[in-house]
Design a binder for this molecule. Structure first.
Ligand code: GLC
Length: 472
């Protein structure tokens, strides 16, 4: 039996119930402890070591690419406009990314300062960019005629970037996947759902997911990250861990790729070992993300303009300054940033995305030392107004990111005696330090213990200038 926590008698009863009725039964969520027992055990130190490369990397690229790039009005277009399979078919028939060159994507990601990339192998629409044995709804059957994931993996690895797969648990094309509230054909009454789901069988779909995830984690070498997306267990006509058979799916993932890093959307939040990191989406947390009073690894995923898939007419693109601040803010709270690009249906990055990646690159090339291997500053160092702090524990350097360029000085309260040297990071030019501010008209002695950084009047030509403090 696949649903492990269900006692045998209940399991036998469940089998006796017709598939459509089973699909409608509220998912009895198995409790956390027996589920955890089925997953590999690991000490906190082992987990930290497994995640080390990722924690040091801090900055990755998310790539949302699929048939939705053709309508170019959001990757949820099939749901938002309630498009039928028949009407969506035109995007499959026309999908011809003739300019697809993943080496070029990889170069841009690397140049931007990103250290890993996660690509949608299948999104909610159900279309597979990879060559799966278990479906014809895949790139190799479109005019693209090739396994787009294979080329992607090779290109990104060649640039020295780590590789991850996003795989959608939702599927708006698979005939056995039961219609739920997020499905394009969602209903309004229970009776409507029962009629819609006659003949659909989640047992078949659950097997399909396992088969495909096995392919992804077997056919493409070592995969560094898997992003299984997503669960919506609460409320009517949702889906959660018993719908996906999450624990057995995760168990298989860990068996196939013991080193892999897994996100937190399998509806296993309460299960020890059920996730590796938290994923606040398009959200800037106020501090280090905590679970049960403990700091946990976290990664915020963010878009340039609100949509994940290529969106031609979306106009709310974030500025380079906003984006770089987002990266710094994330690291200042001990997190990672997964920055999304939605390539076009030709297989290219839109110019607006290219410009922003280039802006990231200009900044990270000169200031990356404040990001890679860096984390939240120790509590004894308070950030002055309009600054963000990061800290590298290995080199004992503290980074002051200056968001609003001051007129001369920045006072570092309580830093006196702790700093050996200070310089602007991008050009290693000295920043002079003193313990008091004074003119002939006024001597602002300040509190003992403060330190004053004397910055040039002119803001350097850097989006967000950084002062590097070498601590004693
Ligand atoms: C959500 C959306 C999806 C996007 C993902 C990224 O779950 O459904 O479109 O892929 O978030 O985090």
């Amino acid at each position: 039996m696949r649903r492990l926590a269900v006692p045998c008698v209940l399991a036998a009863l469940a089998l006796a119930v017709p598939a459509a009725a089973r699909a409608q039964a509220p998912s009895a969520a198995p409790s956390a402890a027996p589920l955890a027992a089925q997953l590999p055990a690991e000490t906190p130190q082992q987990k930290e070591a497994r995640l080390q490369w990722w924690t040091d990397a801090r900055f990755g690229m998310f790539i949302h690419w699929g048939l939705y790039a053709l309508p170019a009005r959001h990757e949820w277009v099939k749901k938002y406009e309630r498009i039928s399979d028949a009407d969506y078919q035109k995007y499959f028939d026309q999908f011809d990314p003739d300019l697809y060159d993943p080496r070029e994507w990889a170069r841009q990601a690397k140049q931007a300062g990103m250290k890993y990339a996660v690509i949608t192998s299948k999104h909610h629409e159900g279309f597979c960019l990879f060559d799966s044995k278990y479906t014809d709804y895949k790139a190799t059957r479109t005019p693209a005629r090739r396994d787009l994931i294979k080329a992607f993996v090779e290109a990104f690895r060649a640039e020295g970037l780590r590789v991850g797969f996003y795989y959608s648990l939702l599927d708006w094309h698979h005939p056995s996947y039961t219609v739920d509230r997020n499905h394009p054909q969602s209903g309004s009454t229970d009776a409507e759902y029962a009629a819609l789901n006659a003949g659909r069988d989640m047992d078949v779909y659950r097997q399909y997911v396992k088969d495909q995830v096995r392919e992804l984690l077997t056919n493409y070498g070592a995969i560094d990250i898997i992003w299984l997306d997503f669960s919506f267990a609460g409320g009517a006509h949702g889906k959660g861990r018993s719908d996906w058979d999450s624990v057995n799916l995760l168990k298989m993932v860990r068996e196939l790729q013991p080193g892999i890093i897994v996100n937190d959307r399998l509806d296993l939040d309460d299960v020890p070992g059920g996730w590796d990191f938290r994923t606040p989406e398009q959200f800037k947390p106020r501090g280090w993300v905590m679970v049960n009073g403990q700091r946990v690894p976290w990664e915020t995923c963010q878009t340039f303009s609100g949509s994940w898939g290529y969106h031609r007419d979306e106009a709310t693109w974030k500025s380079p300054a906003q984006l770089i601040e987002l990266l710094v803010d994330t690291v200042s709270k001990g997190g990672n940033l997964l920055m999304n690009v939605g390539p076009t249906a030709r297989g290219t990055f839109d110019q607006r995305a290219k410009d922003r990646l280039a802006a990231f690159g200009r900044w990270t090339q000169a200031n990356g030392r404040s990001i890679y291997g860096a984390t939240q500053a120790p509590p004894e160092f308070k950030a002055p107004p309009n600054t963000l702090l990061t800290y590298n524990p290995a080199t004992k350097r503290l980074y002051v990111h200056v968001l609003a360029w001051p007129m001369g000085d920045i006072v570092l309260e309580g830093y006196a005696g702790k700093v050996a040297y200070a310089q602007l990071l991008h050009d290693a030019s000295e920043v002079r330090l003193s313990e008091r501010r004074a003119t002939i008209w006024m001597d602002e002695a300040g509190k003992t213990g403060d330190l004053v950084m004397r910055l040039p009047m002119l803001k350097p030509d850097v989006e967000i200038p950084v002062v590097e403090l070498v601590l004693k």
